[in-house]
Design a protein around this ligand. Structure first.
Ligand SMILES: Nc1ncnc2c1ncn2[C@@H]1O[C@H](COP(=O)(O)OP(=O)(O)OP(=O)(O)O)[C@@H](O)[C@H]1O
Length: 232
């Protein structure tokens, strides 16, 4: 199973995105500045945009989904109950997990942005996908929810998970790092070898590298463990 970008080129006015690379099974983290082309790449990977030239091949991918940054884009149900059901997810489970058991008959648009994001992600992650593309899944979540989301993503087995994010504090452990620089998609390689090449690395990771520590992954916990190892 893999998503292969073969000489992909996409343009909108002056903006051009290019990508050659393979998203294999595992967890991919894609970062880049505002407007660098992350959402464009997410849409191309999920097949919601077609390249102008080149090809996005989805080998062995039968079930795929894309989570938009704005949870409102996903709403189709008139009630929270109907909304959870629209994903094919278990209403009791998802409502308990999200603390929305007493809001089942409410309009999803009456929820706060964070509540709606949580509802969307919990409903979505109840499903199984060969390719799961998440655009800014951490936005609108508090720290506790971000950590829960990291755990849920890390626990996924099999398939390809691609997370596009600006998040700088709470990150999941990942297998491969990518960066988008002004439309150019760069495969930095597998973690941990890719970490020193990561220009968008959060400050805690930069500090660790500057100290000479060698974290095994990108989470704050990995940095703390590397610090302990170095001191030993
Ligand atoms: N529908 C559109 N029409 C014209 N230009 C667009 C359109 N959508 C995006 N763009 C432009 O394409 C470029 C890349 O946008 P994209 O949304 O992929 O960036 P991004 O890295 O996801 O940004 P952000 O971090 O703000 O989410 C930007 O310059 C953006 O203004």
């Amino acid at each position: 199973m893999q998503v292969v970008c073969e000489d992909v080129r996409f343009a909108r006015g002056a903006f051009v995105l290019t990508c050659t690379g393979t998203f294999g099974p595992g967890f991919h983290l894609v970062t880049g500045r505002v407007g660098s082309g992350k959402t464009t790449l997410a849409l191309l990977l999920a097949g919601l945009l077609d390249p102008l030239s080149g090809k996005v091949r989805r080998d062995g991918v039968a079930r795929l989904t894309l989570s938009f940054q704005n949870p409102e884009y996903h709403v189709t149900g008139a009630t929270v109950r109907a909304e959870i059901g629209s994903y094919g997810a278990d209403v009791a489970e998802v409502s308990a997990e999200t603390g929305l058991a007493d809001r089942l008959d409410d309009d999803p648009f009456s929820l706060s942005r964070g509540e709606l994001k949580r509802l969307h992600l919990a409903s979505l992650l109840a499903g199984e996908y060969d390719l799961l593309v998440l655009d800014e899944p951490f936005s609108s979540l508090d720290c506790v929810q971000k950590r829960r989301l990291c755990r849920a993503l890390e626990e996924r087995r099999g398939g390809i998970t691609v997370v596009f994010t600006h998040e700088r504090q709470v990150l999941p452990a990942v297998d491969r790092l990518w960066e988008v620089e002004e439309g150019k998609v760069l495969d930095l390689g597998a973690v941990p070898e890719a970490i020193p090449r990561w220009r968008h690395a959060p400050q805690y990771l930069r500090d660790a590298l500057a100290r000479g520590d060698a974290p095994e992954n990108v989470t704050f916990r990995d940095v703390m463990e590397a610090r302990c190892r170095t001191r030993d």
